[in-house]
Design a protein around this ligand. Structure first.
Ligand SMILES: [Zn+2]
Ligand SMILES: [Zn+2]
Length: 189
């Protein structure tokens, strides 16, 4: 995906690396800022992928200012707001469908917008109103176990898991296990 190109659902399905997850999510954020009129400067946002996050799909890490409050606009000296970090959970990105991941990013963009405007962010009334305007959930769904488990039809060993529908899931019997070279079977636990 080139810079400036729209972040399409198909490209989301094809994400296989941390770099492409960040690239896609950034491109999506850029288009969401235009479409939903977010007051966000992406220049002041860093991106990272977390492989350890077990529950939170994404999070915004920002410096905290004890005197900052949502609702009280903050004046930034010099170059504008300090940077904050959009931290994306790799496992969530693998487990969410496009729509839900996009809505998750909009939720996090509300946090970024609050932080850049007020120096603080929370899930209070102002957040709820804004989330509603940008069609984002107030709470992002927790994500959990893989949707599909692939087992060896010979020994029954679990050989792989997938979070989304894919070729391997649809045509499990066309693949061979490493243990027994037997066809795979796909289970939906
Ligand atoms: Zn939140
Ligand atoms: Zn086997």
């Amino acid at each position: 995906m080139e810079r400036g190109k729209a972040a399409s659902p198909n490209e989301f399905e094809a994400i296989e690396t941390h770099t492409s997850l960040v690239r896609w999510s950034k491109a999506y954020a850029r288009s969401a800022i235009d479409n939903y009129d977010f007051d966000v400067s992406l220049d002041a946002v860093e991106w990272e992928v977390s492989t350890r996050a077990k529950r939170r799909a994404a999070a915004v890490k920002s410096p905290s200012f004890s005197d900052a409050e949502v609702g009280t606009p903050r004046t930034w000296n010099g170059d504008g707001p300090p940077s904050c970090t959009m931290s994306l959970s790799w496992r969530a990105a693998q487990s969410f469908e496009y729509e839900e991941w996009a809505a998750t990013l909009r939720h996090e963009l509300v946090h970024v917008e609050q932080f850049q405007t007020f120096g603080s962010t929370n899930h209070g009334t102002a957040f709820k109103e804004r989330a509603d305007q940008v069609d984002a959930p107030v709470r992002v769904r927790r994500f959990s176990d893989p949707k599909y488990v692939l087992t060896c039809t010979d020994c029954g060993e679990n050989v792989a898991h997938r979070y989304r529908d894919c070729k391997l899931v649809r045509h499990a019997d066309a693949y061979r296990s490493g243990c027994c070279e037997a066809p795979l079977r796909c289970l939906e636990p």
